[in-house]
Each structure stands twice: as C-alpha cells, then as structure tokens.
Design a binder for this molecule. Structure first.
Ligand SMILES: NC(=O)c1ccc[n+]([C@@H]2O[C@H](COP(=O)([O-])OP(=O)(O)OC[C@H]3O[C@@H](n4cnc5c(N)ncnc54)[C@H](O)[C@@H]3O)[C@@H](O)[C@H]2O)c1
Length: 339
C-alpha cells in the first residue's frame, strides 16, 4: 500500500483510545516521533538476545498495567526481532489481541513482517516457540529507512536479491543495481515487488511444507554459518544474518550449477553482485568439518542427507535437493577462493 505513513497515522487516530505501541530504544528515538502521536508505548530492549519468553512476560505485565484488553490493538514498531516477538506476545495475550506490524528495517519490510510467522528463541534455538498467524494490518513506510544504518540495509537487500533469484530475473537485476550502487535510494516499487514475491509463495503454502521452502535459498549454508559464528563470537561480533545469507547464496549457487543446471555465467553474475559484500568476511567462513554439525541440525533435512532449495536459472527455483557432503565441501572451496 503506497503512502503507508499517512495511512498509519490515520489508523492510529481512529484507534487512539485503545492502542499501545511496542518500541525498542532505537525505534522509540527515531521512528515513534514520525507518528506525531502520544499514544502509550511499551519499551523493550533491542537485539536478538532479547527475543525470548522473558521479554514476552515483561510485555504481558506492561499490557496489564496499561489495562489492555482483548480489543486493544498492539502496534509493533520495529525490526524483525520486535515484529516477531511483539506479534507472538500479542497473539497470546488473553488468547489474542489484534496485532499491527509496522516494520522499520528493510529486512522486516520485505521479509520478517510478511508471511505470518512469529515467535521467539528458546534455549538457544532460533524461532522455536511461535505461531503461524497473520497480523490485522501491515504498514510499510519507507520513511523509516532514512535512519537505518547501511549495514542493516544490507540484511534486507540480500533477502530482496534472493527473492529475485528464486522467482523473478528482472527483480534480481534491479536489486543487483542497488547493491552495486550503495548510494541509490530504495524505490517503493522495489519493496512492493519483493513483498509480492514472498506473499505469492506463502499464499500457496502457508504452513511451509512445500513451495515455501524455496524462500530458504541461501539459508541452509547461511544459517549454519550464522549459528557457527554466534557460537564462537559474542552477539556484537558475530556475522549478521544478511552477511551469512550472502555467503550462503554464493555457495548454494555453486551447488545449483552442479545439480540443478544453473549456468556458469549466471553463477559468475551472482558472485560478482555479492563480491564486495562478502570479500571482507571470507576469513570468517568456517571449514566444512566445523559447519557440518550445524548443517545436520537444519529443520529442512529429511533423514541423514542435507536438504537444499536451489535455482536452475536466475528466477527459477525448486525445493528438496539432497546434496552429498563432498559437493557442499566443493561449494565452500569455491566461496573462499573468490578474489
Ligand atoms: N517472521 C519471519 O518470517 C522472519 C523472516 C526473516 C527474519 N525474521 C527475524 O527477523 C529478525 C531480524 O530482523 P532485523 O534484521 O530487522 O533486525 P532487528 O530487528 O534486530 O533490527 C536491527 C537493529 O535496527 C534497529 N532499528 C530498527 N529500525 C530502525 C530504524 N528505522 N532506524 C535505525 N535503527 C533501526 C533495531 O533497534 C535493531 O537495533 C531475526 O530475529 C529473524 O529471526 C523473521
């Protein structure tokens, strides 16, 4: 929906008497003022390490203090962490209050707020407790991107590039241009295209048993690298989700050339697009033996073999490829030799 901020302000005015906004320190300082409203808010700490049941308990206590009821609208103003956790907390409170998502990071606009998955981390396991449940509304307001640091934008750009790779060659070309020219502004139409690609896939497989797995392209390797990096570093020094997925996309594109028919020219095109993002972090890529335990934990695996979604050309994808360990190892060697 165009003019998201205008529609959001109108929505807040209409629901002023019975709405509460969930914010973190950054979105309270940088995004809340753009709403030009003084409706009550709940402030939670930012960061993945606070995406847990303790924070939900805090939110539920605050909702009670603010006399929220089942008709109170909970407006989640933040990135993927806050949107995932806020919608989970809201959908549990009194068996479900209406939740509105206002994503403020690029990744949350094109990915985390779309598709109805919410939840929190539990016992170190990512997104282990949660629901499939759609929010009442999602307002996408590009104005919030003005304050977002470039490193955070990269997380979203990588997911947008993935949307092009799995479903739309012209979207891939547009996002490639954005990645190669750091200073260009992200056009609302590109946000809309990315959101449509995800929504279209989700609408065919809401509960993630089939085609929705294609959205995991780049993520089997990406999640394993991210989890490994979080294990050996503290949260602030670990590789971000976007950088890990960028590495994963290159490895899984290599796998695609071996087993899914991706041409070597297309592999080169993808590698060239991501080269400046990944070159500075190639030393952080773990050896195959260290990555293997994390790959084996992937939720998509059927039995002993590791399961991937791959592309047969840019814009055409398929899920459920079982790949031998030797080929994955070759993919990592391809990655670390990028110059
Ligand atoms: N539900 C899903 O389908 C889905 C999909 C992908 C990712 N996710 C989840 O999304 C989370 C990652 O989300 P993220 O990348 O948005 O990170 P994030 O939510 O941690 O936000 C990143 C940082 O940016 C700050 N921030 C937010 N908006 C800002 C703005 N406009 N200006 C300046 N700073 C701002 C935040 O306070 C935070 O410090 C992960 O927990 C992941 O599991 C969920």
């Amino acid at each position: 929906m165009k003019n998201g901020l205008k529609h959001l302000k109108k929505f807040i005015l209409q629901n002023k008497e019975n709405a509460i906004i969930l914010v973190d320190k950054h979105t309270y300082a940088l995004c809340y003022p753009l709403l030009e409203s003084d409706i009550p808010y709940i402030l939670v700490p930012y960061g993945e390490s606070y995406k847990n049941l303790n924070s939900c308990e805090f939110i539920w206590k605050k909702l009670i203090e603010l006399s929220a009821n089942r008709d109170t609208v909970l407006i989640c103003l933040g990135g993927g962490v806050l949107c995932d956790m806020g919608s989970f907390a809201g959908m549990c409170f009194q068996r479900g209050m209406p939740v509105v998502l206002v994503p403020t990071t690029l990744l949350a606009m094109v990915d985390a707020s779309i598709g109805g998955k919410n939840g929190v981390d539990f016992l170190g396991l990512k997104n282990y407790i949660g629901h499939f449940n759609q929010p009442k509304h999602i307002f996408v307001c590009p104005e919030f991107l003005d304050t977002l640091p470039y490193a955070e934008k990269v997380n979203g750009l990588v997911e947008m590039l993935k949307h092009g790779l799995i479903a739309d060659p012209s979207h891939f070309e547009s996002i490639k241009a954005l990645i190669l020219n750091k200073n260009s502004k992200i056009d609302f139409n590109l946000l809309e295209d990315s959101i449509c690609i995800k929504e279209n896939i989700v609408s065919q497989d809401f509960h993630d048993h089939g085609i929705r797995k294609r959205l995991n392209f780049g993520h089997t390797i990406g999640h394993a690298i991210e989890a490994y990096s979080l294990h050996i570093n503290d949260e602030n020094e670990a590789l971000s989700h976007g950088l890990s997925v960028a590495l994963g996309i290159v490895v899984e594109s290599y796998l695609s050339t071996i087993v899914a028919g991706l041409s070597s020219e297309e592999l080169e095109n993808i590698t060239y697009t991501l080269r400046d993002i990944i070159r500075p972090i190639l030393d952080d890529v773990p050896p195959f033996e260290d990555l293997l335990p994390y790959l084996k934990k992937d939720k998509k695996n059927n039995n002993e073999t590791i399961n991937f979604s791959l592309i047969s050309s840019i814009g055409v994808s398929r899920q459920d490829f079982e790949i031998q360990e030797q080929i994955i190892c070759e993919g990592l060697i391809y990655l670390i030799n990028i110059s």
